[in-house]
Design a binder for this molecule. Structure first.
Ligand SMILES: Nc1ncnc2c1ncn2[C@@H]1O[C@H](COP(=O)(O)OP(=O)(O)O)[C@@H](O)[C@H]1O
Ligand SMILES: [Mg+2]
Length: 234
């Protein structure tokens, strides 16, 4: 299978006053198209930093990131924004929904930003909201929804542009075990049916093991990469 993502010798530190805090010391790995990969590690191991770099939300200090063979660090801001909008969907731990907008409006916003007409955006948003099992809740604001429902809205928003790569940063971190598991199963289903590539950050070993492959991160370094015991066949 072809690599959809190459992470090559990526390093990242944060400046805290006079000291540099290393978040990623040197990280390299590839992800195949259609793969379901989890990044597993304790708090502070650099998981969010790595996902933000892959999602082009931040830039590394050194190294290269290639998406479909394109070196994203060499793109202009405009091209980078376009790539992010078209190819990458991001799901956050704290949902990051706009509180004053309905679920449906939150979901259709990326399409409006992409310049698609209100009518077409609404149609597509309704379709994906229904796919997420939220048709009865789509006119509610985030505060009127449960955590699991809010994360489904966030997933619908991440998926509406039909991105090739979906990045999720501890998407179950603020959900109870059962709801979190449902969200994971939904991601697995999308991965299998739509062949979208998923990279999911977690510190839950059970969730990590639902993947095709697990990248173990510790202190900003990859400790191991393992084929998951259950993988896609479960
Ligand atoms: N904005 C920031 N400023 C300073 N240090 C940060 C920042 N973000 C993360 N760090 C530090 O970088 C390291 C990795 O953090 P992070 O990527 O958030 O790890 P994880 O997501 O695995 O918990 C930690 O030591 C953290 O304190
Ligand atoms: Mg994190």
């Amino acid at each position: 299978m072809e690599a959809i993502l190459n992470v090559q010798s990526v390093k990242k530190s944060y400046r805290m006053g006079k000291i540099l805090v290393p978040a990623l010391r040197e990280v390299s790995f590839d992800v195949s198209e259609g793969e379901f990969l989890t990044i597993f590690g304790p708090s502070g191991s650099g998981k969010s930093t790595l996902l933000h770099l892959i999602g082009c939300l931040d830039r590394p200090d050194a190294g290269e990131i290639l998406i479909e063979g394109v070196n994203v660090l060499k793109l202009s801001d405009e091209k980078l924004a376009e790539l992010r909008l078209k190819k990458i969907g991001f799901v956050f731990q704290f949902f990051n929904l706009l509180p004053r907008l309905s679920a449906l409006r939150n979901v259709e916003l990326p399409l409006i930003i992409a310049g698609i007409s209100e009518r077409e955006a609404r149609e597509k948003a309704k379709e994906i909201v229904t796919l997420m099992g939220l048709e009865a809740r789509m006119n509610h604001r985030p505060s009127e929804l449960s955590g699991g429902e809010q994360q489904r809205v966030a997933m619908a928003r991440a998926l509406i542009n039909n991105p090739k790569i979906v990045l999720a940063d501890e998407p179950t971190g603020n959900l109870d075990t059962k709801t979190g598991w449902e969200i994971v199963q939904l991601m697995k289903k999308l991965n299998q049916e739509k062949k979208q590539t998923f990279i999911v950050v977690t510190h839950d070993p059970h969730i990590a093991e639902t993947a095709d492959r697990i990248v173990y991160l510790k202190d900003g370094l990859i400790e191991a990469v393992k084929e998951a015991p259950r993988g896609n066949s479960q």
